[in-house]
Design a binder for this molecule. Sequence first.
Ligand code: DLL
Length: 434
Amino acid sequence: MIWNDDFETLPREAIESLQLKRLKQTLERVYATVPFYRESFQKAGVTPDAIKSLDDLRRLPFTLKQDMRDNYPYGLFAVPLDQIVRIHASSGTTGKPTVVGYTRRDIDMWAELMARSFVAAGAHRGDVIHNAYGYGLFTGGLGAHYGAEKLGASVIPMSGGNTKKQIMIMQDFGSTILTCTPSYSLYLAEAAADEGINIRDLKLRVGIFGAEPWTEEIRNEIEEKLNIKAIDIYGLSEILGPGVAIECHQAQHGLHIWEDHFIPEIINPDTGEVLPVGETGELVITTITKEGIPMIRYRTRDITRLIPEPCICGRTHVRIARMSGRSDDMLIIRGVNVFPSQIESVLVGIDGIEPHYQLIVDREENLDTLEIQVEVNEKAFSDEIKVLQDLSDRIRREIKDVLGVTSKVRLVEPKSITRSEGKAQRVIDRRKGK
Ligand code: DLL
């Protein structure tokens, strides 16, 4: 099933002409109403009427997270505050949050895109959607909530936390769809087991997971542990929140980005140059329907590529590949570039360990060090020291073979790594400030 056939299956030429029309309108609007854009366009020597084709988009300057911080809190809003009906913010690790505002039409559009996303994931009316994304300033909870209602499903507004209760509700209310971060889904499975409940036996059918990077290996693990289909959903508050792109349940390969509302580009993160379709680089998104806070060429820092081939599901919107990391998450360890997702892929394939890990990066006598703390399962934990020693040697060897970095592996007891109810913190970089 497709939620909105008219738009989701538009032929390419129709998508592109709609995009161009909407892009031009957006550019006129931001030029007239947002001083930041007027100045940045002027600095780059372009005016909105110079943009005559989608290719011309690359003549416009990028917008960065820092620009949002510099214009904190409302400086990038394109409408007066009395037209803003919702405000969200993302915390980030340092300093002030980035603030976004939605008009009534933005909220409707968001609900529409989330309803589309739910249907793409295989949800329908009659489903009981257990929404464990956090409600609050974070966009996950309310974003998914409005889409679930628009779809006509029954939504349980759980929010994050209170894990034991989540299990009880899931069991008693007959939840069929779970929405939360991938790491939290594994925590839920584990917490259910502690309560003597096998989560595989519940009515859950589909999980819609995002808000943090995850790998194909973790997907397999989740699908097996929860006995569900696990779908990848992508979004970011600066652009909308959840529902910018999602996998369809038919292919589970690449995330359709809703091109009647967003224009994706892939750039080389070092030079800013637009890359040919299919090459991997940083995702840049332009919003073409948003009213509250339109974003022109926003640099997401997320690393992916476009998949232009037609999809078996019938949707014509281009797909983006699963995010392989963020350009600012890349660790440089003694000169070797390492994405945490690459380490995850290695770890999850190894018997005897659980998919819970943390990477501790530090610097000792001017040399970078990487310590991988990873939990062993109950069985391995009860083995002899020798067996554990072999296991940690094997992990170290595989990491070295695959990534070319030397690491120290510390096997830790089952359940000793802090579980997260939202975005997991996988990396602790102690080099900062050293
Ligand atoms: O995480 C919005 C969201 C909520 C998406 C619920 C999906 C589900 P922010 O807090 O602004 O918004 O964080 C956005 O999270 O730039 C990515 O780095 C990361 N991210 C989001 N979805 C995925 C995903 C929400 N599926 C930032 N895979 C983004 C990998 C993701 N990373």
